[in-house]
Design a binder for this molecule. Structure first.
Ligand SMILES: Nc1ncnc2c1ncn2[C@@H]1O[C@H](COP(=O)(O)OP(=O)(O)OP(=O)(O)O)[C@@H](O)[C@H]1O
Length: 305
């Protein structure tokens, strides 16, 4: 059985124990356990409808669990005072599927929304300057701050959503299928940006994805959701060593093998250069694949354990 007792918020900014989520009679999670390590990019995978987004929403307090305990940055969710929970919400950023930008606000104004909410004392001028900085940090040209979401390409919208997620200098970044709908070049550039931001800003990243290339390129570990639980957490080689049918089919199926073959393929480099041309001012760079291995890193949950 997975040992969850020594978790501290320093080592594990997110700890989920015995989580149960239901919608009426529909049980999504049952006794789900998960620990996210500080400074890692944790990829979260699972078939459609296995509850990846519900898990993310539960962690950030948008979904009230039926049972279980979620501790984020040392605070037990649901137990905090109003003041604590406001403080907590200012320490994470979320990029929802589709970006979830306000269509009637410019990109810059979108980025300013959390700043206004959490730091109302900041002057208009400073708030606008911070927003423009976050827009640039997300690999967009500064002029994009003055555009409306409908004037942006899909890739630029994702970056705008990322700029808003970064507005409060978060410690935790939640990304829900960030590369969905992007062409392979745009997706690779977004992956590079995620890795670069994680390294330079010291973020811990919870990344839901169906994108095998993303998993291979930037995730330190991967958590697999199936049968209402996180059935395994580890590096991809560690997961590949497991005899679980879904894991084998996912990573060893035709798409998994293609993603593995593409990893480290020298042809990737020119594509990523091309990405810079497609999305002006991209801060993307080629990233080294995440270091794999580490005997202590695998965490396998046996069904029923
Ligand atoms: N607000 C809700 N009310 C009722 N059922 C819901 C609600 N939100 C999610 N569900 C159900 O919970 C299950 C898990 O949904 P979730 O969106 O977390 O899946 P997912 O693993 O993220 O799927 P996908 O990979 O397709 O995005 C689904 O069956 C979904 O229909």
């Amino acid at each position: 059985m997975t040992d969850l007792s020594p978790a501290t918020s320093d080592d594990f900014p997110i700890v989920v124990k015995g989580l149960r989520n239901t919608f009426g009679d529909h049980v999504i999670h049952e006794d789900l356990q998960l620990k996210v390590r500080r400074g890692e990019i944790l990829g979260v995978v699972g078939g459609s409808g296995t509850g990846k987004s519900v898990l993310m929403r539960a962690i950030i307090g948008l979904q009230q669990p039926t049972a279980g305990e979620i501790t984020v940055l040392g605070h037990k969710m649901g137990d905090s005072t109003e003041e604590d929970s406001i403080d907590l919400r200012s320490r994470w950023g979320v990029l929802f599927q589709g970006g979830a930008l306000f269509s009637t606000l410019t990109v810059g104004e979108n980025v300013e929304v959390p700043l206004k909410q959490f730091f109302p004392e900041i002057t208009d001028e400073l708030r606008s300057e911070i927003a423009r900085f976050k827009v640039r940090l997300s690999g967009l040209p500064e002029e994009a701050a003055f555009k409306y979401p409908n004037e942006l390409s899909g890739g630029m919208k994702k970056r705008a959503g990322l700029a808003r997620a970064l507005s409060l200098d978060p410690e935790l970044l939640f990304l829900d299928e960030p590369t969905a709908g992007l062409d392979p070049i745009g997706a690779a550039a977004f992956d590079s940006l995620t890795r670069e931001l994680k390294e330079t800003l010291g973020l811990t990243v919870f990344l839901i994805t169906h994108d095998l290339d993303t998993l291979y390129a930037i995730c330190d570990r991967v958590a697999v959701l199936a049968d209402k639980q996180v059935i395994a957490v580890g590096t991809i080689p560690e997961l590949l060593a497991l005899d679980h049918p879904w894991i084998q089919e996912y990573f060893n199926g035709p798409r998994g093998r293609a993603a593995l073959a593409g990893k480290g393929d020298p042809a990737v480099a020119p594509e990523q250069d091309a990405a810079k041309a497609v999305e002006p001012s991209s801060t993307s760079r080629e990233v080294e694949p995440a270091v794999m291995g580490g005997a202590d890193s695998i965490d396998i949950r046996k069904p029923g354990a």
